[in-house]
Design a protein around this ligand. Structure first.
Ligand code: HEM
Length: 462
């Protein structure tokens, strides 16, 4: 998943591109799924409203701090970026009418914990083990703060803490601090893989997809109220002021077992080169980011760092049998490209970052929790996120593999395998261990700015 890092982000003045009816309303849409600010630190706070009136008071005082797509990249917001989202229970507590609440899609109404059966989050990944109150019905809202650096994050943490204490209407159930992993010149996660290489480009933002990434995706795949890949905008939950310009995000806190991952590489590769190849086969890319389809035998760090080349490949024509990139590798599952149909309706926007200290090379695991805490943004949780979890991640028979799950992120318990196609004899790793554990998750709705004001203006019993 994407990690927090200094990088290019949308710096064009998005506010200039409004006007036509189907064009994105950059002044209303929260910046979160639209841009990737140059943040090196973050804090997520998970909140519970003590009452509707308390929640509305808290929200009303915060709205002006929430970043819009139009403001990001301008001088208005240059050091910290604030996002606000609500669970369905949160919308209910804020006073949204029952008839309106019933309009929201079922999976959002139920919440992520109740969807464990669909998502395949069983065993150690099951919501019974989640931390931070994330599986609790009392989870009502999230505030996501991305900050330029740790000092700015700490300043904002203090400011929000004082605001919460003063307004009294909300309780902080839990929080998570995130920091990018050094070296800061490229984005990567705790296992050492370069991240932030692939991301859908949204039509109407003026961004150009990199070669091989396919055409820009219609905005209705990510924001409610816009045409999507199927045609005109889908029906909006009512009232429109609440739902237009909103998005859904699936939040996941994923612990990474770095010690176990390194032990596994050592157990399956005699030399450092062989170990690197095993790591690449699990992901579908070398840790440098170079894709196996283009660099099947040997790492090519220059290719990994070159955004104009690192996505310029397909599977059906260039690697049909998986001799380069195994059929079950993480990136081949999460974006099967030309080997799947309807791909433009399954795209997801990934945001988030790494938490916990990096584990230095050559030392045993210290038992400290570290991982990725990320968001998957979309217009339909069931069609985009849940499909990816149910079919691509956890269906043992995906690509007719028979007994495999995503090697990086699937629900692994030592009973699933990983096939590495190879001529003349393929290699099969029997009984893959779990390299990651889901420590919590939740579904949030990120409303537009007008919707935030609408929510703040509600009263109990409406
Ligand atoms: C700890 C868990 C995870 C790790 C370590 C991880 C790591 C990575 C890395 C390193 C990449 C390659 C960089 C890139 O293409 O941007 C990647 C790609 C991707 N991941 Fe994950 N990921 C994790 C979980 C997830 C989850 C939960 C989802 C969604 C449900 C997801 C969806 C994707 C997608 C869509 C891609 C891009 C594939 C492509 O377009 O080729 N990942 N991931």
């Amino acid at each position: 998943m994407s990690v927090l890092q200094r990088s290019k982000y949308i710096s064009q003045d998005l506010t200039k591109r409004t006007g036509q009816p189907d064009m994105l309303d950059f002044d209303d849409i929260q910046h979160f799924l639209m841009s990737r600010p140059p943040a090196r630190a973050a804090r997520y706070e998970f909140l519970s409203f003590r009452s509707g009136v308390g929640g509305r008071a808290w929200l009303t005082g915060l709205i002006d701090k929430v970043g819009t797509a139009g403001a990001v990249g301008s001088s208005l917001l240059d050091a910290r970026w604030v996002t606000v989202g609500f669970t369905w229970n949160g919308l209910q507590t804020l006073g949204v009418a029952e008839a309106s609440l019933a309009n929201f899609p079922e999976e959002f109404r139920q919440g992520m914990a109740a969807r464990a059966g669909v998502l395949g989050t069983a065993g150690a990944n099951h919501p019974d083990h989640w931390v931070g109150g994330l599986a609790s019905p009392n989870l009502h809202a999230i505030v996501v703060l991305f900050a330029r650096d740790v000092a700015e994050r700490e300043r904002c943490r203090g400011e929000h803490g004082r605001y919460v204490a003063q307004c009294g209407g909300v309780e902080v159930l839990s929080s998570l601090d995130l920091e990018a992993i050094p070296p800061f010149d490229y984005a990567h996660e705790h296992f050492g893989y370069r991240d932030r290489l692939s991301q859908p480009v949204i039509e109407g933002t003026g961004m150009e997809p990199t070669p091989g990434s396919g055409p820009p995706i219609k905005p209705g795949e990510f924001f409610l109220g816009y045409p999507d890949e199927e045609g005109p905008a889908a029906a909006l939950p009512q009232p429109e002021i609440l739902s237009r310009n909103g998005s859904y995000v699936a939040y996941l806190r994923m612990q990474e077992h770095v010690g176990a991952f390194r032990d596994f590489l050592r157990a399956h590769g005699e030399t450092p080169e062989q170990q690197e190849l095993i790591a690449a086969k699990l992901m579908g890319r070398w840790r440098s980011g170079a894709p196996l389809v283009l660099a099947p035998d040997k790492d090519d760090p220059k290719l990994g760092a070159d955004s104009q080349r690192s996505n310029d490949f397909n599977y059906a024509k260039m690697d049909p049998h998986g001799y380069g990139c195994p059929l079950g590798a993480h990136i081949r599952r999460m974006n099967p490209r030309d080997t799947a149909t309807n791909m433009n309706r399954r795209k997801m926007i990934r945001r988030g970052g790494t938490y916990g200290p990096p584990l230095p090379e050559g030392v045993p695991d210290d038992g400290i929790e570290r991982g990725i805490a990320a968001f998957v943004g979309c217009a339909s949780l069931v069609r985009q996120f849940e499909f990816a979890m149910n079919v691509w991640t956890n269906d043992p028979n995906f690509h007719e593999l028979g007994n495999e799950r995503d090697p990086i992120f699937g629900t692994q318990d030592g009973t699933f395998d990983m096939t590495i196609p190879k001529r003349p004899i393929r290699k099969k790793i029997i009984g893959l261990p779990a390299f990651t554990t889901i420590r919590g998750g939740a579904y949030f709705f990120l409303p537009g700015i007008k919707a935030l004001r609408y929510l703040g203006s509600l009263s109990d019993g409406v």
